[in-house]
Design a protein around this ligand. Structure first.
Ligand code: ADP
Length: 165
């Protein structure tokens, strides 16, 4: 039988429990799932790509068919390089839909053989975004339960390091 390999691309700055929920769902559906941290041009990321990759590796180690890596440039080129058949993306609120639809259709135009598969997280994560986590954390609100413990620790370490400089 044909094995299906999917790419789950994103910024993951930082990885949240919503991302982990999707990784778990994806690992159940696909034979192989490659989580790929995108090098994008966001001006001030909280974590470097290497740091994000490492946090994802540590938190998804329990899923044996999941691998974490990073990529530059066009997603469809990366999909081709990995010889994958599908792209996994998450849909939270209706507001995600328009942007995700645009991207999925552009990717289909660039690579007609690649399918984008959308999955929904558990309801408790459907309001959760990396941006919101950073905002709450910056304003000293609790992010416990929103990100893996390891990510929360790394966020604390990062801000205390900054204060010390
Ligand atoms: P991007 O910058 O590519 O949107 P993100 O790291 O914000 O990267 O998200 C990567 C993917 O994970 C996107 O498909 C996004 O919709 C999805 N995602 C982010 N947060 C959640 C969540 N809480 N539940 C489900 N999917 C999510």
């Amino acid at each position: 039988m044909k094995k299906i390999k999917a790419i789950y691309p994103g910024s993951f700055d930082p990885p949240t429990n919503g991302h982990l929920d999707l990784i778990e769902r994806g690992s159940r559906i696909f034979d192989e799932l490659v989580v790929a941290v995108l090098h994008n041009r966001e001006k001030e990321p909280l974590f470097t790509v290497a740091e994000r990759q490492q946090m994802l590796e540590e938190t998804s180690r329990r899923f044996k068919n999941v691998r974490v890596t990073n990529f530059h440039g066009l997603l469809v080129d990366f999909v081709e390089k990995e010889k994958a058949q599908a792209v996994l993306r998450g849909i939270r609120a209706i507001s995600d839909y328009e942007y995700e639809l645009q991207m999925a259709l552009m990717n289909r135009r660039l690579s007609p053989g690649t399918e984008t598969i959308f999955m929904m997280p558990a309801d408790q994560y459907s309001f959760l975004s990396s941006r919101l986590v950073k905002e709450v954390f910056r304003n000293k609100g609790s992010i416990t339960g929103l990100v893996p413990t390891l990510v929360e620790q790394r966020m604390r370490a990062k801000t205390s390091g900054k204060r010390g400089k």
